[in-house]
Design a protein around this ligand. Sequence first.
Ligand SMILES: [Zn+2]
Length: 354
Amino acid sequence: MANQEALPTPDFRAYFAHSMKPTEYEIKFRDALNDQLPSNIVDVHVHASEADHFDITQAQSILDKSASTFPETTIEQSQQIDTLLHPHMNVRKLRFAHAFRGINHRAVNSYLLENSPEQDRVALFGISENDEEIEYTREELRSGQYSGLKMYYCSSSEEKTALYEYFPKPVLEVAEAVNVPIILHLPKTVSRSMDEIRAIVEDFPNLRIMLAHIGVTWTYPANFPATMAEVANYPNVFVDTSGVTNPSIVATALEQLGPERVLYGSDEPLNLLREFTYTNPELGPRLLTDYPYHWVHQDEYEANKHLLPENLMYCELQQVDALLVAIRSVASARHADAYIQSIFHDNGQREFGF
Ligand SMILES: [Zn+2]
């Protein structure tokens, strides 16, 4: 479907309603996974906002991406998602705004500070649009109310590519001084961003940095073990597992960084997508899913739906499964439970002050 001009507002409520209906297979799979997890979980990568925090007319550039599927996810919906995916467990969450252009990030920051349950934490969302925004971000950080800082290369009116363009140094100085970790979602894979990683750890030696999505997109980069081995030399850098469904990527991160620097993140609400990655000969890696979301090209779907696995399931279940497979491949049977406790709870609790 074309997404360029004046798109009618997608029916986000229908999307959410569809996602809240698990299949029998998903329920069984979920229960088998949850049996292996601690009953208290810390999730360090959660997006949230209310419907009126989002102006769809400013978000055209994201509408062809799956990241635009659920621009509104309130705290109440977030709690419904817990009941769906981790029933009878306690999930504590680090929440922040959806990252794309068109989100009223100041309103989301206030909403989260005012409405988050006491057990949860909020990461400030800032944009580097102009001096006023940079000053706002510095002031908010100094307020002491936030446990993390997210800035993103696609959030300003013009897309940024260089790290210090979307995480300006005057903001990083404050983050370092108040000891708030940054959540860094790189425009390129971590393997292709090492010059910037080296620069930031040198320029800000006390700044803690969480690489979102283990610093990868789509596929396993060829030089990933060497990249993670270098990252391991920088003790303030750690990774979150959000969006990663490939056990080899998680295993490499665990092997190189150890169990203390890998943190469970869900990427909620995108963890509700039932998604499957395939390689299209013309378009490269692409997603297939189970519902005609506004970003789905119906002809592409029809031509490739035979590739979908019989039991396509929530990305969350794919992610947790990948994590557990990776942990059991890296840790001895004797140590697996300690790894799970660290990754699903202790590391997030320690790094974000839960
Ligand atoms: Zn995310």
